[in-house]
Ligand binder design. Structure first.
Ligand SMILES: [Zn+2]
Length: 387
């Protein structure tokens, strides 16, 4: 690893999009399944990848093992230390001062934002997933009869979430996963929402668990509800697991909606973006309220994240880019996101210094902006008493 610029190495990070970590120990199979968005390599290993090579290079030393320790030895050492100690080591080594935790995806029990913050030694905030709130409302209201009250019930549920003391600082839309990003820009009327909710609830029937929301009208309604509450609205964009139709997740598909939201001034946060990070950078340049990151891709691209960050910042103003790990389940992913981002940022700023594009003082200011200050400003974290 090349030596980092001091201003990058010492700067704490604000991770504006991440998830909880597992409460249980991770064995070899769990490590394989959570390393990437893939679901296995028949006859091979997910670790034979850029993400795996970065993991082998960087993670074992944090647990007191030699670089590139075998996966069996690694899992054994993990079990010996226990999940809490392993999480604490990686999260603290990541150098994070604040976390904005998406609590809407919990296929198995994960740490709460407060627990995650405690492990990391950071202040934790919550991002509320819009679709999850709508699904909970639908499950409570029941099929058919509840459609008329759906819009109001969702509005008050979201307002209640932002009013509580847990520090909700934004919303997240996973329309990309459910309908794609080619969304009509207008705000749907309550009558349209009632009709759409009725169709959705009837189709979902009375099966167990909340009904899965995949309706364009309801998705748009939720996004406008988030904007009405004045908090930043995050969008899943680009790279994700096989549940996503990637070709429907190009952020350029959001252009009409971004144009419609612009007059409200509500920040729109485009998450991950890969392989459309250049398109996202364009949107961040031309829309004053659009911000971007390169989360998830950073650790999946491993050493190529140097190129990723350079491309993401070709057009995006440096005041519009945020750090995110999009770590989920494994604390190692927080650490990999942090180290690889710092490595890429340091290389980018060092090249700029070498080419005399800016002074050292400016490089230090840019590092503060990209690592933390942009996120603090957009999510108004300073108002929440951080640091
Ligand atoms: Zn994500």
């Amino acid at each position: 690893m090349p030596e980092l610029l001091g201003c990058v190495a010492e700067q704490p990070l604000v991770d504006h999009h991440c998830h909880g970590v597992l409460r249980r120990d991770a064995d070899e199979a769990t490590l394989e399944s959570l390393l990437t968005e893939g679901t296995g390599v028949p006859g091979g290993s997910a670790f034979d990848s850029q993400a795996g090579f970065a993991f082998g290079r960087l993670c074992p030393p944090v647990l007191g093992l030699p670089t590139r320790a075998g996966l069996g030895d690694y899992a054994a050492r993990r079990a010996e230390l226990g999940a809490a100690e392993v999480s604490k080591r990686f999260l603290q080594a990541a150098g994070i001062s604040a976390l904005c935790v998406d609590t809407g995806f919990t296929p198995e029990p994960l740490t709460s934002p407060a627990e995650l913050g405690g492990l990391a030694g950071a202040t934790a905030y919550e991002i509320v997933r819009l679709e999850r709130v709508a699904e909970e409302v639908a499950a409570t209201e029941g099929a058919g009869a509840g459609a008329a009250g759906f819009a109001d019930a969702v509005r008050s549920a979201l307002a209640a979430r932002t009013a509580d003391v847990q520090g909700v600082v934004g919303f997240k839309s996973i329309a990309a996963y459910r309908t794609g990003l080619d969304l009509a820009p207008g705000r749907p009327s309550d009558a349209e929402v009632t009709a759409a909710a009725g169709r959705w609830m009837a189709a979902a029937g009375t099966g167990p668990g909340p009904p899965r929301l995949a309706d364009q009208t309801v998705a748009r309604f939720l996004i406008w509800c988030g904007a009405d509450l004045g908090l930043p609205v995050q969008f899943h964009v680009g790279y994700g697991d096989s549940d996503v139709d990637l070709h429907r997740c190009n952020p350029l598909l959001l252009t009409p909606l971004l144009r419609a939201i612009q007059p409200t001034g509500v920040p729109v946060m485009l998450l991950h973006n890969y392989p459309y990070h250049r398109e996202a950078g364009y949107l961040a340049q031309v829309f004053p309220n659009v911000y971007v990151d390169a989360g998830l891709a950073t650790h999946n691209l491993g050493r190529r994240s140097v190129v990723l960050l350079a491309e993401a910042l070709e057009l995006a103003p440096y005041g519009k880019f945020l750090y995110s790990s999009d770590a989920f389940g494994l604390p190692e992913l927080y650490y990999l996101g942090s180290v690889l981002f710092r490595t890429a940022l340091s290389a980018l700023l060092a090249a700029g210094l070498h080419e005399d594009l800016y002074s050292e003082r400016t490089a230090a200011r840019l590092a503060r902006m990209l690592c933390a200050d942009n996120a603090r400003r957009v999510y108004r974290l300073a108002d929440q008493g951080i640091r």
